[in-house]
Design a protein around this ligand. Structure first.
Ligand code: GLA
Length: 377
């Protein structure tokens, strides 16, 4: 069974866009091993759009030979040789978003082609869908075609939340589905996609099927294809914390060949990843009332399998620092219940607390804690 916990990996689009090629992908696979990304769970190395040749050959998709001189099957083998999995991209319409040939009307032959090439993951986009054709039906077709290959291929639906895919995508065989348009490397984008547009979708996620608020921009610092000014270290930490609490797929978008220490510290934080990968598979929810505009503090909570609760205390305000509090009662705990609190970014035990926990948080930063209820004395 695929995707029993949220898929983890890397996708070429955020940094490389049209510049993706075999060398970048091989060096990324090397970096997965060298940097310890594979050891903490990152597994899928995915090529996004613009790997394709301009035309089909004898009805089959084929690759751009300039970018992939040895072909995609050899590249898949290279990635497999590192103990990793290999992913590719296509589109439910006649063309991909970047204008290359796509899979509408070729679903079965394309699925078989990818299975032959050793593909383990398909990201399936929604550009150039024929007018009047039912969107969910296009995904149903590819879901069926992938299943019929007999190869386990993770199915990542990317229709940008247009037709509420949380309501139907899992029934097409999808393991994850985008809930919004494209993320950009800017705090405004993280705020909009993450903090403002995910609340309420938690009922739809679970083992084998996940909401996808798009790939991570952590570590991009304004470089690459979706860079729009970049984020600060605090903003990347908040972004990653929220994606962990949301049980979102963790698809890295930066250049992992050249991560700085802060980026490593974020992407490789085992305790934050454990929140994301928790076997209970519950997506976190926004604590308290629904988000109204750009309020200054925001609290999200994710129940975990061992009875503990991960909580993110976010300061979304522009002021330097502010106190952010979570009350036990808002988490479904009796306020006299003593709880152990651990700070997951500082790797620090903060002792026993009753009633609530509160801490100072810097502007756009987060305190990510794990609250473990103890027996009442
Ligand atoms: C769409 C998707 C992006 C990316 C591009 C590629 O915009 O939402 O994630 O795959 O297409 O062209």
């Amino acid at each position: 069974m695929l995707a029993q916990t949220p898929p983890m990996g890397w996708n070429s689009w955020n940094t490389f866009g049209p510049e993706v090629n075999a060398q970048v992908v091989m060096e990324t696979a090397d970096a997965f091993v060298r940097e310890g990304l594979s050891e903490v769970g990152y597994e899928y190395v995915v090529i996004d759009d613009l790997w394709e040749a301009d035309e089909r050959v004898q009805g089959r998709l084929t690759w751009d030979v300039e970018k992939f001189p040895d072909g995609i099957p050899a590249l898949a083998e290279y990635v497999h040789g590192k103990g990793l999995k290999f992913g590719i991209y296509s589109c439910a319409g006649s063309h991909t978003c970047a204008g290359k040939p796509a899979s509408y009307g070729y679903e079965e032959v394309d699925a078989l082609t990818w299975a032959e090439w050793g593909v383990d993951y398909l990201k399936y986009d929604f550009c150039y869908a024929p007018p009047g054709v039912d969107g969910p039906m296009l995904y149903r077709r590819m879901g069926q075609a992938l299943r019929a290959t007999g190869r386990p291929i993770l199915f990542s639906v990317c229709e940008w939340g247009r037709h509420k895919p949380w309501e139907w995508a899992a029934s097409t065989g999808a393991h994850m589905w985008r809930t919004t348009g494209d993320i950009q490397d800017a705090w405004e984008s993280v705020l909009n996609i993450g903090f403002e547009r995910q609340s309420g979708l938690e009922a739809y996620a679970g083992p084998g099927h996940w909401n996808d608020p798009d790939m991570l921009v952590v570590g991009m610092y304004g470089q690459g294809n979706v860079a729009r000014g970049g984020c600060t270290d605090a903003e990347y930490r908040s972004h990653f914390s929220l994606w962990c609490l949301l049980a979102s797929p963790l698809m890295i978008g930066c250049d992992v060949r050249a991560m700085n220490g802060v980026t490593r510290g974020i992407l490789l934080n085992r305790e934050a990843i454990a929140v994301n990968q928790d076997p209970l598979g519950r997506q976190g929810y926004q604590v308290g009332t629904v988000f109204h505009g750009r309020q200054a503090a925001d609290v999200w909570a994710k129940p975990l399998a061992d009875g503990s609760i991960a909580v993110g205390l976010f300061n979304l305000g522009e002021r330097e620092r502010r106190r952010v509090t979570v009350a036990w009662e808002s988490l479904g705990l009796h306020d006299r219940r003593p709880c152990r609190v651990r700070d997951l970014w500082a790797s620090d035990d903060l002792g026993l607390h009753r009633g609530d926990f509160s801490t100072m948080v810097g502007s756009h930063d987060v305190a990510l804690i794990r609250i473990t209820p103890q027996p009442c004395e």
